[in-house]
Design a protein around this ligand. Structure first.
Ligand SMILES: Nc1ncnc2c1ncn2[C@@H]1O[C@H](COP(=O)(O)OP(=O)(O)O)[C@@H](O)[C@H]1O
Ligand SMILES: [Mg+2]
Length: 354
């Protein structure tokens, strides 16, 4: 896959993950959940790419496949290594995979449970360094440097995680992720578990790191307001699929997909899927759909647009044909993709300008 453009660091191509659904005493497999269903997007070096969507849409599954914490069912994850070599993470294994591991790092959602409570901060941050054979003295120096970089006082290096606040713990998680100077950091809802005031501090830290160490970030969130503060490009996920992908301003000012529009309308509210989606959910709860999928009705469900049951614009075509993610406005300076049969009309009727 050498045709990957030079300015891209990651290209995710038709990525899928299906989880078996098991029921009963014998744990028989009664169906599958398509947690990630044909997802494609790419990330430019030095930028922050936002992946947003409601809980259960497949964000964590996508993130975990990219860092190869879990194996994809199908698809490609093309990654440009610092050497310039492009590898498909989806198919790497053994030593080749290990060599790449330090180059892509994950920041976890929950700073409370993701750090081993029995390890002092110095060891937590040094763990990836040790795994890559760094010597004690070099590790100590690097830990001090990293603590300073993320705004932690190096004098606290021997303290344990419980002595730190949620925001400070997330700084430890970020320092640890940066230890090996990864070319890509995947941050899976890194601020969702934090208070709003602390969220802002962590977002500012990530912005600063982007300037100072040229961080390339895949930033996952369920909240568009957080995405807006940080990201250059945004992909919106719904039920395992990307429904819209564009440069941030274009997405916020001219959303093309009704789901993006719904999320945007909910932005000022503290709960990102507030009233609008609740109304839609009265008749078609997401949980009910999931069960239908899991019990074999999946194929019927996937014939049409996954959003059709909740969409105010849905027509017969939407219920019968799944819209592919297609380039809108080919003449625009930045590409804008949407998976909606009615993307053009919807833009005129419901564009949001905030
Ligand atoms: N290990 C697993 N086994 C079975 N189902 C899973 C597993 N992990 C996630 N899922 C399911 O996959 C879907 C996507 O989950 P996830 O990627 O965690 O979504 P998000 O991070 O967007 O909330 C959900 O329906 C979830 O229940
Ligand atoms: Mg998640």
């Amino acid at each position: 896959m050498n045709e990957m453009p030079d300015d891209l660091i990651l290209q995710v191509s038709n990525l899928r993950k299906a989880f078996p659904v098991r029921r009963g005493l014998l744990r028989r497999e009664v169906g599958t959940i398509r947690a990630v269903d044909d997802v494609s997007f790419s990330i430019h070096r030095g930028t922050t790419f936002g992946l947003v969507g409601e809980s259960g849409c497949g964000k964590t599954t996508t993130s975990r496949m990219i860092v190869r914490a879990i194996d994809p069912t199908a698809g490609g994850i093309y990654f440009r290594r610092p050497s310039g070599q492009v590898v498909d993470l989806a198919t790497l294994s053994g030593r080749a995979l290990k060599a790449v591991r330090g180059e892509i790092q994950l920041v976890f959602q929950d700073p409370y449970s993701s750090l081993n409570p029995r390890m002092p901060v110095s060891e937590l941050i040094a763990e990836p360094l040790r795994a890559h054979g760094w010597k004690r003295r070099d590790r100590d120096r690097r830990v001090e440097e990293l603590m300073q970089l993320v705004g932690l006082d190096p004098r606290f290096a021997q303290r344990f995680p419980h002595a730190f606040s949620g925001g400070q713990r997330q700084r430890i998680g970020i320092a640890r992720a940066l230890a090996l100077q990864p070319s890509l950091v995947v941050a899976d809802e890194p601020v969702s578990a934090l208070d709003v005031s602390v969220q802002a501090q962590i977002l500012n830290l990530l912005k600063r790191l982007r300037e100072e160490v040229g961080l390339t970030l895949l930033f996952v969130a369920h909240d568009l307001s957080v995405i807006r503060q940080l990201c250059d490009e945004v992909a919106v996920m719904y039920k395992g699929r990307i429904v819209e992908w564009a440069e941030k301003e274009a997405l916020f000012e001219h959303p093309r997909h009704p789901y993006t529009h719904a999320l945007l309308k909910a932005v000022p509210a503290p709960d990102p899927h507030a009233a609008w989606l609740d109304e839609m959910d009265e008749h078609t709860s997401t949980a009910a759909n999931d069960v239908a999928e899991a019990t074999g009705a999946a194929d019927a469900e996937h014939i049409g647009c996954p959003f059709a049951p909740r969409c105010p614009h849905a027509t017969t075509r939407c219920r019968e044909q799944q819209p592919p993610l297609t380039l809108q406005q080919a003449n625009a300076s930045q590409p804008h993709y949407a998976a909606c049969h009615h993307a053009d009309t919807i833009m005129h009727n419901t564009a949001v300008t905030q």
